[in-house]
Design a protein around this ligand. Structure first.
Ligand code: GLU
Length: 300
């Protein structure tokens, strides 16, 4: 058995809010309750989306709430060589191709799928040269994927039908999240990926890339996502408030309750230290509600 190792991989687009705190806490408790390691990675791959100062602000909030991560924080913005090497392997295996289709062309010719449009494979046999303004896509033909999610249950999607050949290098030259996350999880030796259920649709693509690259597949657990009464995921865009790091015990206990682990009064009275030791002893992934989303009216 490999020792268990989890991770939290926030995108530094703004301050930590209740929704991302839930992912941080669930991934940390899942690892720590089994004596495992827990790492933090910054998904700062997409420069226009990165908010100046947000990465440090997220880390300060995590510290204020009593989170302690192992090792240095990995930053995707410094990982270009690793992503290029993975893409070279996919290219050598003839699993990727250049694509010149615009968003408009895809919208006009494709059917809606699990997330956006299903790419119909237009450029697959065109033999285009890679280069500026062209995306690189991975071939999904024959991708029979099945996995058991520790919270959401069994999934056996048809990748070609539900997503089609997906982008691994964007037309603007930025590596796609799917490739970066797959390569980073493998290089960091992550055994357990615990994150929000909004990323459930990404998992088959990452499993497919793992298979093509000969990488081990982690265990996956997708936590319910906190949504507002309009059904929108809490995020900077939907106006979610930053976690109040001057009230760390309240923030932690709110996230624990959301994950099916409401702390008893004496744990709460003992502050963040008391909450952490109670939570590490008590944590069972089976207690997390088996739901994709939970309406959260007033996040602490
Ligand atoms: N950076 C992604 C997000 O904040 C999470 C990526 C992951 O956990 O794989 O939604």
């Amino acid at each position: 058995m490999r020792p268990c190792r989890g991770r939290f991989a926030p995108s530094p687009t703004g301050a930590l809010h209740f929704g991302s705190l839930v992912a941080a806490l669930g991934s940390c408790l899942d690892a720590r309750s089994r004596g495992g390691e827990w790492l933090v990675r910054m998904d700062d791959l997409d420069p226009p989306r990165v908010a100046p100062g947000a990465a440090d602000d997220i880390l300060r909030t995590l510290e204020a709430l009593g989170f302690a991560w192992d090792g240095a924080v990995l930053r995707q913005s410094e990982r270009g060589d690793a992503y290029r090497a993975a893409l070279a392997r996919l290219r050598a295996a003839a699993r990727v191709y250049a694509c010149s289709c615009s968003r408009r062309e895809i919208a006009d010719s494709a059917l809606p799928g699990a997330e956006g449009y299903v790419y119909p494979g237009t450029c697959r046999s065109r033999g285009l040269a890679e280069g500026a303004g062209r995306a690189v896509r991975v071939d999904t033909r024959g991708a029979a994927i099945a996995f058991d999610d520790a919270v959401q249950g069994r999934f056996a999607p048809d990748l070609e039908r539900d997503h089609g050949d997906f982008v691994v290098l964007r037309a603007d030259g930025i590596f796609a999240y799917q490739l970066a996350a797959t390569v980073d999880d493998a290089d960091q030796g992550i055994t357990d990926v615990v994150r929000g259920a909004d990323l459930l649709a990404s998992t088959p693509r990452q499993l497919w890339l793992q298979r093509l690259l000969g990488l081990p597949a982690p265990r996956y657990a997708h936590l319910p996502v906190a949504v507002n009464p309009r059904g929108e995921k809490l995020s900077k865009q939907t106006g979610a408030a930053p976690v109040d790091r001057s009230r760390p015990a309240e923030a932690l206990s709110g996230a624990l309750a959301f994950l099916g682990h409401e702390p008893p009064g004496d744990a709460l009275a003992a502050g963040t230290d008391g909450l952490w030791s109670w939570a590490i002893d008590t944590w069972r992934i089976e207690r997390v509600p088996r739901r994709a989303a939970i309406v959260t009216i007033a996040p602490p």
